[in-house]
Design a protein around this ligand. Structure first.
Ligand code: CA
Length: 230
């Protein structure tokens, strides 16, 4: 018997999301829903779904951007749901790496057929890969079990301390961490030495990440400490 497929419904119109969810569950799928674009992107990267139904107009991050960003790192099947029937949107949808598109309003039977087709066509990545714990920030992924950091799929060489510092920041994404907190966590309670060591290692990380990949991952909060966030 085939295992139950998990469908992630990204849709900010609650009525549509609910309707699709009920129909899919009736057909034996597992479902999850999300109405915020930025959170949807993070959940796609962090949780294990078999297929994403992706609305285009969403708060905080639109479906086209989500699809592009997901495609930098994953080949999970994506079916775009667009409110507009314009041809440009359809072409654009496939252009950005979506597997299929549907215009709203759509017939449920048609959507089910396309979901099944996309799932059949999809060659899953190694199962092992999918279950690996990971932290995602923009195009950066950190794998704690392997002490590995990748940006756009490329492994970045970090020293042990640089890695430990980054992992601590990533585990606390969007939380401002003080120098003292960082010192205690990464260098240990018994660390004796210059507290500037945190700033020095932040500089090392920025050189290897922010500067090299022209992205801002690590933000300074003046007088307080550091935070990683989108
Ligand atoms: Ca919408």
């Amino acid at each position: 018997m085939e295992d139950t497929k998990r469908i992630f419904i990204v849709e900010d119109e609650r009525r549509i999301a609910r309707f699709v969810q009920i129909e899919l569950e009736h057909e034996g799928f597992q479902t999850a829903t999300e109405d915020n674009g930025r959170r949807a992107y993070e959940r796609i990267m962090q949780e294990d779904y078999d297929l994403v139904l992706l609305d285009i107009m969403l708060p905080e991050m639109d479906g086209v951007t989500i699809c592009r960003k997901v495609r930098e790192l994953s080949n999970i099947p994506i079916i775009m749901l667009t409110a507009k029937a314009e041809v440009e949107d359809k072409v654009n949808g496939l252009d950005i790496g979506a597997d299929d598109y549907m215009t709203k309003p759509f017939a449920m039977q048609e959507l089910l057929a396309r979901i099944r087709a996309a799932l059949r066509k999809h060659v899953p990545e190694e199962k092992e890969e999918e279950n690996v714990e990971r932290y995602v920030l923009k195009n950066l992924v950190l794998y704690p079990s392997r002490y590995e950091v990748q940006v756009q799929g490329e492994t970045v060489e970090l020293t042990k301390k640089e890695y430990a510092l980054l992992e601590y920041l990533m585990r606390n994404k969007r939380t401002v961490l003080t120098r003292d907190q960082i010192l205690q966590e990464v260098w240990g309670y018994d660390y004796v030495g210059d507290t500037n060591v945190v700033d020095v290692y932040i500089r090392y990380l920025r050189a290897k990440l922010d500067d090299r990949f022209h992205e801002k991952y690590i933000h300074t909060v003046r007088g307080v400490g550091y935070v990683v966030k989108e």
